[in-house]
Write a protein that binds this ligand. Structure first.
Ligand code: BF8
Ligand code: SF4
Length: 630
């Protein structure tokens, strides 16, 4: 080992500062500048007390004006805002899942999209009671896609995936009236309930927030994850690299950014094509490098080992390198700033989805039917753009770390078997992991998820929390931009085992894993739900009894709130570093941090002080261990 060293946030920031100098030369705007212009933030908005859902308002609650014009009090306003925020997130994740189901419906033996994991498809079909015997795999794929699409609008019944949860969890959802029905129905009901003149009772609004969240995590997101695995393969451990240094100054650089793997999978496919590589060479490049930003990056890293150029607040940096020929985006978390920024360089900013259309972009609409042709023309466009680089502006920070990623539930079950040598049965078991936890070799697990947010020093919270957790023998499973922060720092390098406590270090050595396990994109937090459900079933404990917590220290999006709601509603305590605009209502804040525990046996903790946040997670894990006598 010897020379292994984490990359520090100071080093990240020094690289960014150097890139911003390039930006200043070409008159580029940056999020760092825009944060200054937006500060201080509006206090009414920040505390959630502004209501503008009808045209008699906007109404802002103050001590002098304690009610809106309709008479709604602060608790109703904050609760409605929270529910609308959740609905936005649930809709977004779930619509992504729907797109994947449509892609599955269009899969064909000789088509753009094929079934790469037929065994997983058959497993899910059996779970859903669909006959698989003697059926052509594509007939089965189409049948399953149609059934999955019906989950979005079925008139009766609850989500099929709920059956994956332990019976105790299903009983809680039934008892509390939060078992999600059709996915679209929960989103619509949320918007209906939060319309002018509907619900203003905090309990009702928060209960529906949990239900809409569950429709996401145990509905739309689970469709997204499971059928992405069927189409593109279930992730298994694969080596890759992370941070801006993965871009290559001598190659055509294509950045894929967004969330839907349908586009990025195709781009990766064509960028590897010898014909395309020859085409790149004809313009003076040595080859083609595809790397990613945000969750699209997580998707292709997990399945193909495509390197990760960076996470959410690094998206402008990839253009600022001056070496980005094309940044190709699909949906979600894409800064509209990329349009004007790309215009300061030779970079082509290519939007591809009718759902995410932006000024100053080239729009090349992407459908499953034309995916191959479009991906090829995008790769060609990038190659042709290589000659337009201004060489004087090219600067790629020499900064990257090795990472091993691809830890789906299936992969985790498989690798941890090496630790205890117990047999993995056909369906897989988490018993080896449970043995590590009950013996105390591993104290527990933290699911670290979510975004970057300029309100928190970017990546700092993620990295510092993870370092302290692993030093305390707590294994970290990560997704989204939190996972990329870990990878950029080096925490997904197997050598990071030396930063662990003795127990976790031993497990990392025996199982040959890094101490922070990359579980994928934010949609893949459904994987974490499946893992928690399996751990509970295999141990005979309730999910809420497991020494496991969730954490989103730098979150920013509506999707993150939807996630938080389903993680809590699944019985897992969740720790946030940013307040979800609820501090203006003592009743709503109290419900989320205390009251919901009576319903679902878990609640939120909001703590902006990172040291306190990590200590309270460790305390919670130890409390849970003590409560079950381990
Ligand atoms: O879905 S972690 S900034 S990229 S919202 Fe977005 Fe947040 Fe990143 Fe992925 Ni998730
Ligand atoms: Fe004001 Fe009520 Fe209209 Fe909201 S719904 S803007 S509180 S009048």
């Amino acid at each position: 080992m010897g020379d292994f060293k984490l990359t520090s946030v100071d080093e990240f920031e020094a690289a960014t500062a150097r890139l911003l100098e390039t930006g200043a030369k070409v008159g580029a705007d940056s999020w760092q500048m825009r944060v200054k212009n937006q500060s201080p933030h509006c206090k009414f908005g920040e505390t959630g007390v502004c209501c503008r859902i009808c045209a008699m308002g906007p109404c802002r609650i103050t001590p002098k004006a304690p009610k809106g014009i309709c008479g709604c009090d602060v608790h109703g306003i904050v609760g409605r805002n929270y529910l609308k925020f959740t609905a936005g997130g649930a809709a977004t994740h779930s619509d992504h899942g729907r797109e994947i189901c449509h892609t599955l419906y269009l899969s064909a033996e000789d088509g753009n999209y094929k079934v790469k994991d037929p065994e997983k498809l058959k497993r899910i079909a059996k779970e859903w009671g669909v006959e698989t015997e003697g059926k052509d795999i594509y007939d089965l794929a189409h049948e399953m896609a149609e059934l999955a699409l019906l989950e979005y609008g079925k008139p009766f019944g609850n989500q099929r995936w709920l059956k994956r949860a332990p019976q105790t969890t299903q009983d809680i959802w039934e008892r509390e009236g939060i078992a999600p029905r059709a996915i679209d129905r929960e989103v619509s009901t949320s918007l209906h309930m939060s319309h002018m003149g509907c619900s203003s009772k905090p309990e009702a609004l928060i209960r529906q927030s949990l239900r809409a969240g569950l429709a996401d995590g145990w509905g739309g997101s689970m469709c997204g994850t499971e059928f992405s695995d069927v189409l593109f393969g279930t992730p298994k451990p694969v080596d890759t690299e992370a941070n801006l240094g993965v871009m290559n100054a001598e190659n055509v650089n294509i950045i894929v950014h967004g969330h839907d793997p349908s586009l990025s999978e195709m781009i990766c496919e064509y960028a590897d094509d010898p014909e395309m590589i020859a085409y790149a060479k004809s313009f003076g490049a040595k080859g083609i490098t595809v790397s990613g930003v945000c969750c699209t990056s997580n998707e292709v890293a997990m399945r193909r080992g495509i390197p990760m150029a960076g996470n959410f607040l690094q998206q402008e940096n990839v253009v600022l390198t001056g070496a980005c020929e094309a940044i190709v985006v699909d949906v979600q978390c894409i800064f509209p700033a990329l349009g004007p920024l790309s215009k300061c360089f030779h970079t082509k900013f290519i939007t591809t989805s009718p759902i995410a259309q932006m000024p100053d972009s080239e729009f090349i609409e992407f459908h499953a039917e034309n995916a191959g042709e479009n991906a090829k023309s995008i790769v060609k466009l990038a190659c042709e753009n290589f000659v337009n680089r201004n060489k004087d502006l090219v600067y790629i920070p020499d900064m990257k770390q090795k990472a091993t990623v691809g830890y789906s539930v299936e992969a985790i079950v498989k690798v941890l078997d090496g630790v205890t040598n117990s047999q993995v049965d056909e369906t897989g078991t988490t018993k080896p992991l449970l043995e590590c936890i009950t013996s105390g070799v591993i104290r527990g697990a933290v699911a670290m998820v979510g975004c970057n947010n300029p309100k928190i020093r970017p990546d700092h919270a993620h990295i510092e929390l993870m370092k302290k957790l692993i030093a305390n023998d707590i294994v970290v499973i990560a997704s989204g931009c939190a996972a990329q922060a870990a990878a950029k720092a080096g925490l997904m390098d197997k050598q990071a085992k030396d930063l662990c406590g003795a127990g976790l270090k031993r497990v990392c050595e025996l199982a040959d894993i890094p101490p922070v396990l990359h579980m994928g994109s934010c949609v893949d937090i459904s994987r974490m739900m499946i893992l928690a459900a399996t751990l509970a079933k295999d141990s005979g404990l309730k999910i809420s009894q497991l020494p496991v917590v969730g954490c989103a220290p730098e979150w920013m999006s509506e999707k993150a709130v939807s996630i938080g709601n389903y993680v809590v509603a699944t019985g897992i305590d969740t720790f946030l570093g940013v307040d979800p605009y609820v501090s203006g209502s003592s009743e709503v804040a109290d419900l989320l941090t205390n009251g919901v525990r009576e319903w679902v046996e878990a609640a939120y903790t909001v703590e902006k002080d990172i040291d306190k946040l990590v200590d309270s997670m460790i305390d919670r894990i130890e409390e849970k261990r003590a409560a079950i006598g381990i």
